[in-house]
Design a protein around this ligand. Structure first.
Ligand SMILES: Cc1cc2nc3c(=O)[nH]c(=O)nc-3n(C[C@H](O)[C@H](O)[C@H](O)COP(=O)(O)OP(=O)(O)OC[C@H]3O[C@@H](n4cnc5c(N)ncnc54)[C@H](O)[C@@H]3O)c2cc1C
Length: 461
């Protein structure tokens, strides 16, 4: 079986390796570096920057831990160099995995000719025609940059340019208080940039639990990050000194730079979808069935290119499922328990329904919660802010969970498994959790669903 994959982001590269492991002859077409948005300009570089910010925060608090550190300075140039080195190493890692699994990498721009043929404009000149039995499209997404924002990559930037700045700007307007806006806004704030976040919705992180978003907002206020919710941008002027932005409420903001983080859109430019008869929805996302096959038999699509959450772990899971299906299995892409992570300080992580969604669905739900403040481990590491919140249905089945606090993104795995497997709060709460760890907050929140948390402060006395 011959398979051609266009795009080597998490969707494409994981599909390629899985297909090769299952015995296929695989060729991947990639126009840039392997690893896609996630590795080169997304998940990994942002988290590398945020790891540096974490070290800065810890270093500034060193004295509280009995450690003297008088000379904390921060150099964005070095932070970026560390990030670049890390990315280069991981890119090489994927190239090595391709090699060791016998995956053929063709560097160029791929285009569909028919359901079996891909034409590649090679990066170093010339054209290569690839004929295969099955094709996987995994070309990802690009930032949304409406013309009115006058994106120029210098004063008006997206996350891509933000990840390569060598000096922090004095001030920055962040348009869009979603995950990317909050993460990068807080990062530059830690470096001394005066940040104003402008968000159309009533709350930042509009898809997350209201109480969680409010806690992050309080932290932003403490850090002097200005947040203007329920506000859109009506006009943008790029001037010599920076940008001047007019908001829907009439306010005028000025800053050295503007970061545009209002979302991403599927990228299928030049793929020649029309000629191949592949159906696309109104947002430009390729339509697929539950096996991830497009309207054209034998052509599959995954990741940011289709109508599922734009997340790396979603793309890679879909890539694996598509590979399995291309090779004769009959797997269904289930999106019931998708972890959602925000790597701000404090971190936020959630899975399943929020309380508001449970209400909207008319579910007779109960919640349990536990504050990190009451936990020995949180006190030990000096990170007491935040909470675990668990939502169960009438049968005690865990249908949602939100964590705000230390290591929230790593802690979420247990609750993702619970939602995925349909576990009850009682069953998961019976599991012995190690002490002293942050995971005890989950156990206590599970017990609190039944009013039985031992360590939750009670107001009864
Ligand atoms: C700043 C930022 C931070 C993020 N942080 C996180 C995070 O913490 N966690 C998380 O889960 N997600 C995060 N994401 C989202 C995540 O990066 C994407 O969901 C993920 O990369 C999508 O994977 P993909 O394989 O669908 O596409 P992509 O990773 O976008 O890869 C697509 C690849 O296709 C190539 N390509 C496109 N067209 C062609 C063509 N015609 N021919 C050849 N090659 C082509 C591109 O060059 C690219 O390499 C972040 C995104 C951004 C921008």
């Amino acid at each position: 079986m011959k398979i051609t994959i266009i795009g080597a982001g998490p969707g494409g590269y994981e599909a390629a390796i899985m297909a090769a492991k299952l015995g296929a002859e695989v060729t991947v077409v990639e126009k840039k570096e392997v690893g896609g948005t996630c590795l080169n300009i997304g998940c990994i570089p942002t988290k590398s920057l945020l790891a540096s910010a974490d070290v800065l925060t810890t270093s500034l608090e060193a004295e509280k831990f009995g450690v003297c550190n008088d000379h904390t300075t921060v150099e964005l140039k070095q932070i970026i160099e560390r990030k670049d080195k890390l990315v280069t190493g991981l890119v090489k890692g994927i190239e090595f995995l391709f090699e060791s699994n016998g995956v053929n990498l063709v560097r160029g721009i791929g285009k569909l000719i028919d359901s079996k043929t891909v034409e590649v404009q090679l990066n170093d000149g010339g054209v290569e025609i690839l004929v295969s039995d099955k094709i996987l499209l995994a070309t990802g997404s690009v930032p949304i940059c409406p013309e009115m924002f006058h994106y120029d990559g210098e004063k008006v930037i997206t996350s891509t340019e933000a990840l390569a700045l060598k000096t922090p700007p004095k001030s920055m307007i962040v348009v869009g208080g979603g995950v990317i806006g909050c993460e990068l806004g807080q990062f530059f704030n830690h470096l001394g940039t005066k940040i104003t976040i402008v968000e159309m919705a009533d709350q930042i992180l509009s898809f997350e639990d209201e109480s969680v978003a409010k806690q992050l907002l309080r932290q932003f206020k403490r850090e002097k990050i200005k947040v203007l919710t329920a506000n859109g941008v009506t006009d943008v002027k790029v001037e010599d000194t920076g940008v001047v932005v007019t908001l829907t409420n009439g306010a005028i903001l000025e800053a050295e730079m503007m970061l545009l983080s209002i979302g991403r859109s599927s990228y299928s430019k030049g793929l020649n979808l029309e000629a191949s008869g592949i159906k696309v929805d109104s947002k430009g996302q390729i339509e697929v069935d539950e096996r991830l096959e497009t309207s054209v038999k034998g052509i599959y699509a995954v990741g940011d290119l289709i109508n599922t959450p734009y997340l790396a772990h979603v793309a890679s899971k879909e890539g694996i499922i598509a590979a399995e299906n291309m090779l004769g299995k009959n797997k269904t892409a289930v999106h019931k328990a998708i972890p959602r992570c925000v790597y701000t300080d404090p971190q936020i992580a959630a899975v399943g329904l929020t309380e508001k969604e449970a209400q909207q669905k008319g579910i007779n739900y109960k919640t349990g919660s536990f504050d990190f403040r009451a936990l020995g481990k949180a006190q030990i590491i000096g990170k007491i802010q935040g909470q675990v919140k668990i939502i169960v249905d009438e049968q005690d089945v865990i249908i949602g969970a939100s964590i705000i606090g230390p290591e929230a993104t790593d802690l979420l795995a247990e609750l993702t498994m619970a939602v995925h497997l349909g576990l009850t709060a009682e069953v998961l709460g019976d599991v012995i959790h190690p002490h002293p760890t942050l995971s005890e907050a989950i156990m206590e929140a599970l017990h609190d669903v039944h009013g039985m948390s031992i360590n939750k402060a009670s107001l009864r006395f």
